[in-house]
Structures are given as C-alpha cells and as structure tokens.
Design a binder for this molecule. Structure first.
Ligand code: ATP
Length: 465
C-alpha cells in the first residue's frame, strides 16, 4: 500500500516532463469540450473560493450594467468616504475589521506564490515515493507589525523544524524575522513574520506605580505592543549584555517600578556597584544600603542579606509560602552592577569564597522570603558566574556570540528567535525574555531613564543619604 496517502500535506504535482504516450486517441471536438468543461469548473471553483473579491466585483458590474456609471461612481465614492471616516473616527476597529482582513487576503496570495520554493529550499518539504509533500498554509492574519501564518505541518514535522529554518524563511519572504510557535492544535505551527520594528524608538520612563505589584512590574515594552511586566516575587533576576547594551536601563527601570514601594518603606534597595559607584551612585538616595569601593563591605552586605533570608525562612516555614512585604519587614532587593567583579575577577580568594557562599544562600533561600537579587553581568559563562542556574529569570540584551543566547535564555531559544547576537549596537535597551507560559522568546525594549530622570526619582522617592 503506498504510504503517501496517509502523509498529511500538500502534494506537489509530478513534473510535466514525465510525459506518457497516450494510448487512446480522442477526436479533437471531444478534447475541446473536455478542456472547456475543465476551464468552467476551474472558473467556478475560483469564483466561489475567492468570493470576498469576486462577489463585490460582480455586484459592481451589475450596478454598472443596470444603473449606469453615475450610480457606480456614487457608490464607490460613498464607500471611500465612509471608510475614510471610519479610519479616522475609530482606527482600532477599522484596522481590526476593515484593513487587516483585506491585507491578510492579499498577503495570503503573496505567501502562496513563494510558498513551494520556500518550503523546498528551507528543507521543510518531505520527499517520498517520488513525490514532494509540503506544509499547507491554513490561515493568514495581519497585525500592526507582523503577519501570523497558521501552517499545517507535514506528518512527522514539529514546530522546532520551522524554528530552525526561520532565518531562511525570513530572507525568502523579505521580512525582518520569522518566529515559529506551536499552533492552536497538534500538527499546526504559527509562523510570525515580523515586518516593521515597533521597538525602534527609545521607550520613555514609565509611570511609577503608587504601590508596586511585585508580580508585574512595568519596565518596558514588548514587540507585540504590550507593556513588558517583570515578575519579581518568587524569582531572582539576571541581566546579561555586552558593554553598552543597556544593562543600566534594565536596572533603573526595575528600580523605578519599585520606587513607590521604597517611598512607602515596603521595599529596601541595597546597592552594590563594584565599578566604584559609576552606575548606581547617581541614584544613591534610593538605596538603604550601598557599597561601591570596598569589596569587604560588599561581602558583608551580601552576608547580611543571606542572614535575613535564613532568619525569615526559619520564621515563616510552615506558615506561608510567600512573604508579603510590610514596613517592618520590607522586600529587600540587592541590586548588583557587574556581578562578575564579585564572583570571578576578585583576586582575594577568601573574600571571593565568602561572596559566593552568601550569594548562593540568598539566591536559593531568598526567593520566597522577600530577599531578591537583580544583577547585571557581561559574560554569562559558568566560569564567570557559577551560580547562573540559580537565577530563574534572565534578560538577554545584546550578546557577543550566538552560543551565549542559549546559555542565558535556555536551550534552543536562539533557534526559536532570540537573536541577541544580532541586536545592533545602535539599539541599546533591546533584548529578549522568556515569558511565563510561552515557549517562544519575546523581544522587548526596556525604558530608558537618563541621568536627570534617575536624579529626579532619587529626590522624589529616596531617603536622606
Ligand atoms: N533602554 C534604552 N533605550 C535607549 N538607549 C539606551 C537604553 N539603555 C541604554 N541606552 C543608551 O546606551 C548607552 C549605554 O547604556 P548602559 O550604560 O546602560 O549600558 P551597559 O550595558 O550598562 O554598559 P556597561 O557594561 O559598559 O556599563 C547609554 O548611555 C544610553 O545612551
């Protein structure tokens, strides 16, 4: 039995050069009738399949034939005016129900034209029994800066096959990037073809929440236009990026989102800036404790945080699984700029060991008891940061090498679209994150707080130094 019948997908017809000698000779009139019937069948199918275009055109032709061109012109003009009014009056609904569905139909035709070549050259076609089977386009949807193409995979394919070919597909379809994610049902994959770049502009500092929601701190903008919200409760945060990638902007965006809590005494920020206070010094009043020059002082600060974490853990064990900050027992956030200075580049062995041990305790025991770490680092290798695995939340900014992406965001994330190594130097503050419940990475841009904004913030929400 030929296995071909049970492989899902679209079968490419066998090449026309495989000519077979006709056995039966038909009279010419029979061939003409047959071809005419075939053409009519094709026309009818096309007419019905593309009803959204053929029906309006039929209506317009009928109008012209029965009522003349004046009525036709009046109708077309009326539709144009109403559509323009709708577009200006309520743009979101015009886009959602008017423009994007029309654009999706046009794009579907465009994608279909290049589809076969794209699938074959990206190794997404399956050859079996002298036939070629390719995935099928099921639906195309347009959004502000991207198109979503729902694809039915060929039997045996998985979404990661498409993720691996995403760069080829991006070039083939002439888009900035292609992301592949599992579709709504088994055997489907959604290809998101990114066209424009919604993160092109610098993101202004976001409003400071009056009382921070520790499960959802607003710190930037996602590629899909949503606010990027960071969960701090129950996690530790590692920011990784090459020099000048905007690690500072992530730190200050998080501090800004917590500033309301600092003012209310619900949050205590402890600053460690081994680069002599270059980064964090400017917002000094926001920090309840601060160390920037003396490494022994920094070690003592981390040890104190570890002690608090252990005390709280001992007290809260069996009572609650998540500590709730109060002015008497605030949320402690250790903000560390360039963590490698404490874990790898420090020459004093004893001090380094003390820091590593205390940091390990804070990272493992602090999450549930309100002692958190927000740390920035340039080099994500294990030799530089052995405790990398203890940071459940990681933000990958511009990185130097492709291999670093999976080190930061997890295995396979680069294949799934986290191109941290491709972020241009001219776009600091852009990075990739893995959101809860979403297996594909999300591109984000963190808000940028310049020095004046940080000084203002420190004056408004910070205490006396
Ligand atoms: N979110 C952002 N949006 C726009 N521009 C930014 C953003 N973040 C940083 N920049 C710009 O990039 C420059 C470098 O940023 P920043 O100092 O934060 O990088 P860094 O990763 O901390 O670098 P280093 O490791 O050298 O300290 C800033 O001076 C600023 O001009």
């Amino acid at each position: 039995m030929p296995l071909i019948n049970i492989i899902r997908g679209e079968t490419i017809p066998v090449a026309p050069l495989n000519v077979r000698t006709p056995v039966v000779k038909f009279p010419i009139w029979a061939v003409v009738v047959w071809e005419t019937v075939k053409a009519l069948a094709w026309l009818t199918t096309t007419y019905v399949r593309h009803w959204y275009a053929t029906l309006p055109v039929t209506g317009l032709i009928w109008l012209y034939a029965v009522h003349g061109w004046q009525t036709l012109a009046a109708l077309v003009g009326g539709i144009a005016v109403a559509s323009t009014g709708w577009a200006f009056g309520h743009r979101p609904t015009w886009l959602r129900f008017g423009w994007w569905p029309i654009l999706a139909k046009a794009r579907r035709l465009l994608y279909r034209r290049r589809w076969m070549a794209a699938m074959v050259t990206a190794n997404l076609s399956i050859s079996y029994d002298k036939r070629t089977i390719i995935p099928q386009i099921r639906r195309v949807r347009c959004r502000a800066d991207c198109d979503e193409v729902l694809v039915r995979m060929v039997t045996g394919q998985i979404p990661d096959d498409f993720a691996k070919a995403s760069e080829r597909l991006a070039h083939t379809f002439g888009v900035r990037q292609v992301k592949a994610m599992p579709g709504p049902t088994y055997a489907t994959v959604v290809l998101v073809l990114m066209r424009g770049d919604s993160l092109h502009e610098t993101v202004e500092p976001l409003p400071v929440p009056y009382r921070p929601d520790y499960t959802s701190l607003p710190i930037g903008v996602q590629e899909d236009g949503e606010t990027y919200r960071l969960r701090l409760f129950g996690t530790q945060v590692l920011i990784v990026g090459a020099t000048g990638s905007g690690k500072g902007s992530v730190i200050w965006s998080i501090v800004r989102a917590l500033a309301g809590g600092v003012e209310a005494g619900l949050v205590e920020l402890w600053g460690l800036d081994p680069k002599g206070g270059m980064e964090l010094g400017i917002g000094r009043p926001l920090f309840a404790r601060f160390a920037s020059r003396d490494f022994a002082e920094m070690a003592a600060l981390i040890e104190r945080a570890a002690q608090v974490a252990q005390e709280r853990a001992a007290r809260l064990a069996g009572h609650t699984r998540q500590h709730l900050p109060t002015p008497g027992e605030p949320l402690i956030v250790l903000v560390v700029d360039e963590l490698a200075n404490l874990t790898a580049y420090l020459t004093e062995r004893q001090l380094k060991d003390r820091i590593k041990a205390a940091l390990g305790i804070v990272l493992t025991q602090g999450r549930a008891v309100g002692v958190h770490v927000v740390a920035a680092i340039q080099d994500p290798r294990k030799e530089v940061l052995p405790a990398r695995g203890l940071f459940p939340t990681r933000i990958g900014l511009r990185l130097s090498e492709p291999a670093e992406v999976d080190m930061v965001l997890g295995d396979g994330m680069r294949d799934r679209g986290a191109l941290c190594d491709r972020i241009p130097q001219t776009q600091p503050g852009i990075g990739y994150v893995v959101l809860e419940g979403d297996p594909t990475p999300m591109r984000v841009r963190l808000s940028y707080c310049d020095d004046d904004t940080v000084r203002d913030m420190a004056k408004t929400y910070g205490g006396a130094v």
